[in-house]
Design a protein around this ligand. Sequence first.
Ligand code: COA
Length: 364
Amino acid sequence: MTSSVRPAQLSDLDALVALENSSFSGDRISRRSFKHFLDTEQNQILVIDQPVQAYVLILFRRGTSLARIYSLAVAPQTRGRGLARSLMQAAEVCARQRDALFLRLEVADTNAAAIGLYHSLGFRPIKQLAGYYENGGDALQLEKRLERSTRAKASANFYPQTTEFTCGPAAAIMAMQEIRPSHHYSRIDEINLWREATTVYMTRGHGGCSPHGLALALHQRGFDVRLLQSSSQVALIDSVRGEHKKALVELIHNDHVARLQHAKIPSDVCAINSNVLRQHIEAGYTILLLISTWQLNRNKAPHWVWLSAMDEHFAYLHDPDVDAAEHRSALDNANVPLALEQLNRLLGYGKKSYRAAVLLREQR
Ligand SMILES: CC(C)(COP(=O)(O)OP(=O)(O)OC[C@H]1O[C@@H](n2cnc3c(N)ncnc32)[C@H](O)[C@@H]1OP(=O)(O)O)[C@@H](O)C(=O)NCCC(=O)NCCS
């Protein structure tokens, strides 16, 4: 019997399911999910031995520096021989090869064996998660940084968007919550913000929120707001089909611009990149960023995220769009680290690479 680590293949499916069933009593990965993970290049299952005696499943988030250890198990009869340690070390190598800079995982707070292993490998707790498991048990979220960097400030307030078209309001709620921690924001705030900030139309479905609309809606709520755009074009109009719709979007845009001017909200046409954003964060603003989701999921849509923190190496995003189908939870979308050049690649929507950011802080 050898003990070398290798990537899993489809022929390992039966053994993986058997191993899962002998290792966990709840929250098991189904056969269908294992097959999905084996079929998608973005995920990696590493195993030891034939038939499989141990596996680790690593999920990568495209366009970011984040890798997640989704599961780890060793067959009961082969535990205590260093297999889990070998797999975790191989997972780290794999994560580094794919340019991940952070490894995260969740572990039951009662699982002394696994916590001991992760601790000895340099993982440190970043969050306590009450009632995380099917049986109501609590979890710890642990993280290991694969490169030296300054830590993002931990931010508890994650608000997932509850409709396809309210990324802007959801990102705004997270930013507002950061500034006003004692205030409670809820779904009606999400919807009201959208009603105030939407330009009505997009490619299909309901319209998202324009930078101008969001800036006005935040100004209405008493924040000190500033708008940055890479050009003074009508925001997001390129993705609107049909002259009638375009005319309506333009009408709303012009009204927004007039109201921004009337409210004396500063609006700059300027370069928007990690340097510029960092300067504004240092001036005390928190930032809503318009990104293109192309780098994240190969889907060209304009999308709002909250830039929750930044340091000299990384930007950290709270992305309100949680994709349950991709085995994601809010944990994968909070404080998502991006190297600064990755952030710069996310900025810019459409053929003209339109960039926009809405800056807010408490009135001084
Ligand atoms: C947790 C688990 C993966 C460990 O696998 P393993 O192959 O036995 O672990 P290793 O032999 O590589 O041991 C690595 C380290 O884990 C820790 N460890 C392992 N078993 C332990 C135990 N019973 N008590 C305390 N620490 C233990 C030790 O730190 C050990 O290092 P050491 O041998 O230098 O002291 C295995 O017990 C398992 O599959 N459990 C069920 C599934 C599970 O809980 N997965 C983790 C989900 S987050």
